[in-house]
Each structure stands twice: as structure tokens, then as C-alpha cells.
Design a protein around this ligand. Structure first.
Ligand code: HEC
Ligand code: HEC
Length: 351
């Protein structure tokens, strides 16, 4: 997807230059055109981890490689699958060594645009998040109870010449947990909804034909009548904030979400507004996977969320009072389905 766009750009540029009688510039000089959300703020890339094609390619291999996990059976991609909208299709994830985790896997679309990661926002940089997922329950490279540590796994990666050579060329040294974090983070910054793969982004960028009539009516319900955009806002369909909509609050020991990080009472049961890209494929829904279908999830939001002491009633008021007709509800669902992302994954060849 990415390479294709670069090639097209290079070809156009080449043709133009040729037409002017100028010789084509060598490819190295053209800065890579990384995918971006049209009309949105630029992604912030940390100064110490610049994007390069070689690093992104290495990060992609590592992201797909089961040899990274503590039990040898899980890759990052294994819980963030295309057929499930870059989630795992489970209510809550099943981590390495078949350890049942407590939260649902969120989509990977546009993760590079967030400054707070996870449902509770506890991680503030992708580079660090990779190490959390890798050494923690998801991938299980903890170094505890007989499981290999991240350092142990790096030692194994360094035995594979195809990896050792890439680390040497990119980082000037062998694989280390830190370098793996940098490479995988760089790759994740390329998982972006663009005018090419997302009809919604094309629509927002001014192509009114990108959504059909029903989907356009659904967008009006979403943005003007029910004001889902109070939280699912802008090009990301997410405001980067945390809200309590009441999910899981009736559990015996509720997951307090954002309050775990801030220790502020008002953040109790607040979770990061999820992006709704690929939403039709990412059932079951919510941070605890407690809702099976998109229809039920939407009806829950339209009912104003689940009552509890910390419910964000203010932002849910318009949804609660929207009183949609059957037709409007169908339009809203059609709009949500139009948020599917159309793309083909080219799985990397592993060294
Ligand atoms: C066993 C399944 C599983 C595996 C394997 C896994 N993840 Fe995840 N991922 C999850 C779950 C569950 C969450 C949400 C956890 C939370 O919010 O507490 C998550 C969250 C994330 C997020 C945050 C997204 C957001 O919107 O905040 C990123 C980024 C991510 N994972 C990347 C990775 C990377 C990189 C790897 C490999 C090193 C990986 N994942 C491996 C299940 C998995
Ligand atoms: C108060 C802010 C807010 C408003 C308004 C709001 N949402 Fe949400 N929405 C959230 C949050 C936060 C979550 C995640 C809650 C959780 O898992 O605990 C969520 C989850 C969802 C999900 C499930 C996503 C997933 O990945 O599991 C869907 C679908 C959804 N909302 C659709 C809507 C629709 C449609 C509307 C308008 C009728 C709406 N929302 C209005 C904040 C909001």
C-alpha cells in the first residue's frame, strides 16, 4: 500500500522531469512518503526514532514473528488480525502460555496518532508500549517462571543472520529490546487510514461520492443528531479522551480504567474513546468484550450508556435524546459499516 504510493509518486515525478529534459533524481534523495490522514494534524514521530524504509521493514517482520513471544506461539499480529479489524475476535485476549487477560484487543488503525495508549492510556509512547506488550502478559517474554526474557530472545534473533544484518545496518549493533521497540514502533506508525483505503477519510477530504446516500444520512445522524462526535470526534473518530459510558461497572470488582493511572475518583470507569475504523469486523465490543454485536453496542450508546455514579451523562445526552426512527438507526449502522478499511496485507518474509 505504502510502497505503491511511493512508486506512483516517483513515476509521476520521473515523467515530469523527463518531460522537462531533466535527468531523474536518484531514489535515495526522495524522502519516503509515509501514509497520513489527509487534512489532519501531522503524526508526531520522536526525534530519536526517525522513520526509514529499512527500519519499518524490519519492524514489520518482528511484528509478524512468533519467535518474539515467550511461548513461541504468538506474534503481535496474532492478536491484531486483519479479518477482525486488527483485533483478535475474542471478548478478552488470550495471552502467551494461554493466560486469560482482562481486556479486549483494540484496533491498530492510526495508533501512531495517539499520545496515550491502551484502554486506560497508561503507556505514553509506542516505543515503550512494545516492550510492555512483549515482556508482559500478551507476548510473555517476562524472564519469569522459566519463560525467556526479552534479552534472551534478542540473543536468539542475533543468531539469525538475516536479522543480525538488518539490526547492524539500521542501529549499528545487535538486536536489543530497545532497538526492537524502535523498529516495531516505526512499523506501527504506518498503519494509517488514508483517502485510498478509507471511504470515510476520502469523504472528509472532500470526495462527497465516497459515501452513498444512506451512509451520508448516517453520518448526519452520527455527527449532528446523536452527536456521537462529542467523543468519537474528527478524523480519528476519537477525541483522545477518557469517558465513563458504564461498561463493566456492575461487575463485582469493576475495572476502574483511567482511574488506575490517574488515581482520580472522577476517572473511575473511564476508558479511552475507541476509534471506530473497521468496527463492523471487530466484534465483540467494548474494553471487556461484553457486547456481541454492533447493533447492541450502538443501542447501548443510544440509550445514554449504562447508569452508574461516574457516567459521562453530559456528552451522552444528545445520543440519549436522539429518539431515532428505525430508518435513522439503519442509516447510522450503514455509516458505521462504511468505516471498514479496504486493504490487502502483504505478510513479510521472515529471515
Ligand atoms: C494476546 C494478544 C495480544 C498480543 C500477542 C499483542 N497484543 Fe496488543 N493489545 C492486546 C490487548 C488486550 C490490548 C489492550 C490492553 C489494555 O488496554 O490494557 C492491546 C493494546 C495494544 C496497543 C494499544 C492500542 C491503543 O489504541 O491504545 C498497541 C499499540 C498494541 N497492542 C500493539 C501490540 C504489539 C506491538 C504487540 C507485539 C509486541 C502486541 N500488541 C501483541 C492484545 C495483544
Ligand atoms: C461520552 C463519550 C461517547 C459518546 C457520546 C459516544 N461514545 Fe461510543 N464509546 C465511548 C467510549 C469511551 C467507548 C469505550 C467504552 C468501554 O469499552 O468501556 C465507546 C465504545 C463504542 C463502541 C464499541 C467500540 C469498540 O471498539 O468496542 C461503539 C460501536 C460506539 N462506541 C459507537 C458509538 C455511537 C454510534 C455513538 C453515538 C450514538 C457513540 N458511540 C457515542 C465514548 C462515547
Amino acid at each position: 500500500m505504502l510502497l505503491r504510493r511511493e512508486l506512483v509518486l516517483t513515476a509521476v515525478l520521473g515523467a515530469l522531469l523527463a518531460a522537462c529534459g531533466v535527468e531523474e533524481a536518484p531514489m535515495e534523495e526522495a524522502p519516503p512518503a509515509w501514509p497520513e490522514i489527509a487534512g489532519y494534524e501531522l503524526m508526531v514521530v520522536p526525534a530519536d526514532n526517525p522513520m526509514t524504509e529499512a527500519k519499518v521493514a524490519l519492524g514489520k517482520q518482528l511484528y509478524y514473528d512468533k519467535r518474539l513471544s515467550g511461548d513461541g506461539e504468538r506474534s503481535c499480529y496474532g492478536c491484531h488480525l486483519q479479518e477482525h479489524g486488527l483485533t483478535d475476535g475474542r471478548a478478552t485476549a488470550l495471552g502467551a502460555f494461554d493466560r486469560q487477560l482482562t481486556r479486549a484487543a483494540p484496533t491498530m488503525w492510526n495508533v501512531g496518532y495517539y499520545d496515550a495508549l491502551y484502554w486506560d492510556g497508561r503507556s505514553t509512547a509506542l516505543e515503550k508500549q512494545v516492550l510492555g506488550a512483549w515482556g508482559g502478559g500478551n507476548m510473555g517474554a517476562s524472564g519469569n517462571d522459566g519463560a525467556p526474557s526479552m534479552e534472551d530472545i534478542c540473543a536468539q534473533l542475533n543468531e539469525i543472520s538475516g536479522y543480525a544484518e538488518q539490526f547492524e545496518a539500521i542501529f549499528g549493533g545487535p538486536a536489543t529490546p530497545e532497538n526492537v521497540g524502535y523498529a516495531v514502533a516505526a512499523f506501527m506508525r504506518t498503519i494509517v487510514t488514508t483517502t485510498e483505503n478509507s471511504r470515510f477519510i476520502a469523504f472528509m477530504a472532500g470526495d462527497e461520492t465516497a459515501l452513498n446516500e444512506q451512509e451520508t444520512r448516517g453520518w448526519t445522524v452520527f455527527s449532528e443528531k446523536a452527536k456521537c462526535t462529542n467523543c468519537h470526534d474528527g478524523r480519528l473518530l476519537a477525541d483522545k479522551q477518557f469517558h465513563n459510558v458504564g461498561i463493566g461497572m456492575d461487575a463485582e470488582e469493576p475495572d476502574t480504567g483511567r482511574a488506575r493511572v490517574t488515581e482520580a475518583d472522577e476517572d473511575t470507569g473511564a476508558f479511552k474513546t475507541p476509534s471506530l475504523f473497521d468496527i463492523s469486523k471487530s466484534a465483540p465490543y467494548f474494553h471487556d468484550g461484553s457486547v456481541a454485536t454492533l447493533e447492541e453496542a450502538v443501542d447501548l450508546m443510544l440509550s445514554g450508556g449504562k447508569p452508574n455514579e461516574w457516567l459521562d451523562e453530559k456528552n451522552l445526552e444528545d445520543a440519549k435524546n436522539a429518539d431515532l426512527s428505525e430508518e435513522e438507526r439503519a442509516d447510522l449502522l450503514a455509516f458505521l459499516q462504511a468505516l471498514d478499511v479496504e486493504y490487502t496485507i502483504e505478510e513479510p518474509t521472515l529471515p
